[in-house]
Design a protein. Sequence first.
Length: 133
Amino acid sequence: MTNVRNLYKKHYRTLITLTIAAFVLGISPLASADDSARRKKIVECINKELEMNNSGCEGCRLTTKQLTILTKIVDAEIMKAPLKKPTPEEEQAILKKIEDAAKAQLGEVPTETLDKVMTEVKKSATRCTKEAV
């Protein structure tokens, strides 16, 4: 029992510092699990809307393979993006990354079509993020 007290006294400041740091940084298993669940919900919502918009859009229809590539690009960026509401600059940067990756990987898709799809991605991302956060 004495050893435990000595150990506690010896590392008291370290424990307090780590506890405060975890609180300030928001590090907790529950927080990260909750964030992951929200991100997945956002991704599912955007993917569902992309599929619906693709089937209903005459001038901006992608093939199944192209749509799969685009959803993977969007999913990867959403999983990396901060969960908080992004500033307009952050939002533009995220959309620019998605657009650049889409242009690189979907080179055969006309720019006009890709621009229409990106407009839909932006609308979907905004709506789905608001619902999830």
